[in-house]
Design a protein around this ligand. Structure first.
Ligand SMILES: [Zn+2]
Length: 432
């Protein structure tokens, strides 16, 4: 069984890989790639949506390949076979899949004095490029069925016969192949022969929730957005665009961060209260269209019709104008409710005079200078309270039944209400 090298890098693929490996933001990766292109001239134009080249680019690829002989990549160049990269190799060369720019390639100019970030991004690009000059990795795959009493057990295993392009990625874990056990030598088994069972164990597993988005996987999702759009024509059009353009996706993510709709924690992206509030509100109001991929597809469809002169641009602008006016009118009221919900937690339950104000970590009485000590932390028993839960605690002195995660055993959950006691402490009341 042959495994071919992964596709050459488009900007999105590079962002996905570099984010996963180094946790750089997608915007950072774009900026670094831009500097490798503009300042160091060692890679081709990076703002590309293509992972392929045209036949006209093949000779440039060969030139860059030979230039790398004078670099630290020399051992790979020596093992490489230039004849593998030719116009009929559909894994590299496909005219139909190149729009304005081809995949990101190293140039024949070797860079000098790269920063650490530049060096890392350049390394990713060069390795991906060289992978196509090395032979496919070759495996022998075994599937063994073993009958024990009435049951049949399936075992799969692989033997790596030739590393090929995988030599470029030796320090990386074989994540995709974790299902298979890698054997160091060929498997010697006789069909219908007897085997001895030496050990058994029962594994209990639970299904895990979908992992949180990272910037890299979000870029990927934006790229594929629209694949579930109902209207066939709109879906077809979105296939080529997704959400945003190759060069703008990173700045869309930056914008969401800057406006505090999302935040980065480790590698994961989390939605802030503000972000949840926005989406929920948009969905409740008439403007849920703004949160749907179908709508983007519909607009792409109309733009295409205008391009083909089957739809009038004036007509389109009329609709856009009307739509914008209705949104602005709705959005005005949203802003007001948001501001109100952020600030007004009503009268202080302790002194009955001050107002409860929100701070970074919690809530407190506006008359604290006058001596009112009422405070309420946002985080209670390991759970961050929502605005509604805080309001309930202040107004009704209790919340509904909430689910908490045990602080000692992280996989244990329990249900309880939060109650505000007469001396203004927050306690748990366990549900039956
Ligand atoms: Zn007070």
């Amino acid at each position: 069984m042959n495994t071919s090298a992964p596709k050459l890098y488009s900007l999105s693929l590079l962002q996905k890989d570099a984010n996963k490996k180094y946790n750089y933001s997608t915007k950072e990766i774009l900026d670094v790639a831009q500097s490798l292109y503009e300042k160091h001239h060692c890679i081709s134009y990076p703002r590309t949506s293509s992972s392929y080249v045209t036949s006209a680019d093949i000779s440039e690829m060969h030139k860059a390949f030979y230039a790398l002989q004078q670099s630290e990549y020399r051992p790979y160049v020596e093992k490489g076979i230039p004849a593998l990269v030719h116009p009929n190799n559909k894994a590299v060369c496909d005219e139909k899949k190149v729009d304005d720019h081809h995949a990101i390639l190293p140039t024949d100019k070797l860079p000098k004095e790269l920063s650490e970030k530049e060096q890392r991004i350049y390394d990713l690009i060069v390795r991906r490029f060289l992978a196509h000059f090395l032979e496919p990795a070759l495996f022998e795959k075994y599937v063994v069925y073993t009958s024990v009493l009435e049951e049949t057990f399936k075992t799969t295993a692989s033997v790596l016969l030739r590393k090929g392009w995988k030599e470029l990625y030796t320090e990386e874990k074989e994540e995709e192949e974790t299902e298979d056990e890698f054997l160091t030598q060929a498997l010697l088994l006789q069909e219908h022969g007897d085997v001895r069972c030496t050990d058994t164990k029962i594994q209990e597993q639970e299904t895990k929730p979908l992992p949180l988005f990272t910037e890299g996987t979000l870029i990927d999702a934006m790229l594929k957005a629209g694949s579930k759009v109902e209207d066939e024509e709109a879906r077809e059009l979105m296939k080529h665009t997704g959400i945003g353009r190759e060069s703008t996706r990173a700045s869309l993510i930056e914008l969401l961060k800057a406006r505090k709709y999302i935040l980065v924690k480790g590698k994961s992206l989390l939605v802030t209260d503000k972000g949840t509030f926005l989406i929920e509100t948009l969905r409740q109001k008439k403007i849920q269209t703004l949160t749907s991929a179908d709508y983007t597809g519909e607009w792409e469809k109309r733009l295409k019709m205008i391009e083909n002169q089957t739809y009038s641009p004036q007509e389109f602008m009329k609709i856009v104008r009307k739509f914008t006016e209705s949104i602005v009118a709705e959005a005005g009221t949203i802003q007001k409710t948001y501001v109100k919900e952020q600030v007004d937690f009503g009268t202080c339950p302790k002194c009955q005079k001050g107002k409860v104000l929100g701070g970074k970590k919690g809530y407190g009485c506006s008359l604290w200078k006058e001596g009112c000590t009422f405070t309420l932390w946002k985080s209670q028993y390991g759970k961050t309270l929502s605005t509604a839960q805080v309001k309930a605690l202040i107004d009704k002195k209790e919340t509904g039944v909430l689910t908490f995660t045990s602080q000692k055993k992280k996989d244990t959950k329990y249900k309880a209400k939060l109650k505000l006691t007469d001396d203004w402490k927050v306690v748990l009341e366990f549900a039956e």
